[in-house]
Design a protein around this ligand. Structure first.
Ligand code: CTP
Ligand code: MG
Length: 236
């Protein structure tokens, strides 16, 4: 992207507990290809300069031999081992980059990210320094106490579901993660996306860019059924 370097971190080191399959969900077959192929392909075909693939120790060879090499994903410069939690995998990805201007952090379990949305998020990060894709929530969301009773109902007009890619100026997000890193495991556990780390540890705001409802994260078994249908409706 011009004279600015853009690096994508694609996360594929999760165990997929909620999916409950023996093969981790990012490697399940979707249209004859492993789920994580699609996100890598979209990044490869975009103006991203470099891709870091983060995966399990025992999955690195599979990724190299069955995805990166055969599909000529030449922008993948490193396949590295992730960590126990998503934030561990992100931090390892950030530390593995030797030099870049902007970083896009993307869930490998979101196969329907398009080249167009990637370009939107790149333009966004150049303009705002930090931005994420998101969509307005469709359902009414309830705050529910541990006893099962509703405690409040946030105004739906203000609620957006956060997606990935989430994009940041590299030095800023690395700094935020480095501070976050010192926190206790309990504090860390409350963090569920990268924008939270950026907001909480740098105090800077993050812009939301309207994404697409089809950019689903494969999380539970019915998401894979939906993904098979979506695969036939999306032109990448
Ligand atoms: N991820 C990762 N390293 C981890 C945990 C998650 O790279 N230690 C990745 C997943 O592979 C996925 C993305 O982060 O692409 C989003 O995480 P999530 O949907 O929570 O995946 P899992 O953690 O694998 O699933 P679950 O939470 O159901 O166990
Ligand atoms: Mg998880």
């Amino acid at each position: 992207m011009g004279n600015k370097k853009v690096t994508a971190i694609v996360l594929a080191a999760g165990k997929g507990n909620r999916m409950n399959t023996s093969v981790a969900k990012q490697f399940l077959m979707l249209g004859g290809k492993p789920v994580v192929y699609y996100a890598l392909k979209a990044m490869e075909d975009s103006s991203v300069d470099e891709i870091i693939l983060v995966t399990g120790r025992d999955q690195k060879d599979y990724c190299r031999d069955h995805i990166v090499k055969p599909y000529h994903m030449n922008k993948v410069t490193q396949i590295i081992e992730g960590g126990k939690e998503r934030y561990d995998s992100v931090y390892r990805g950030l530390l593995s980059i030797c030099e870049t201007d902007y970083v896009l952090i993307h869930d490998g379990a979101r196969p329907f990210i398009t080249k167009e949305q990637i370009e939107n998020i790149i333009h966004g990060v150049i303009e705002y320094n930090a931005c994420i894709l998101g969509v307005p929530v469709k359902e009414t969301i309830k705050m529910v106490a541990s006893n099962g009773y509703i405690t409040s109902t946030p105004d739906r007009n203000k609620l957006w579901a956060a997606q990935t890619p989430q994009a940041f100026a590299y030095e800023a997000i690395k700094k935020a993660y480095t501070i976050f890193w010192q926190e206790s495991d309990n504090t860390k556990a409350a963090i569920t996306d990268d924008a939270m780390v950026y907001e909480a540890y740098l105090g800077n705001s993050v812009k939301v860019i309207a994404g697409d409802y089809s950019n689903i994260k494969i999380t539970t078994p019915e998401d894979l059924v939906a993904a098979e249908v979506l695969l036939n409706t999306i032109t990448f």
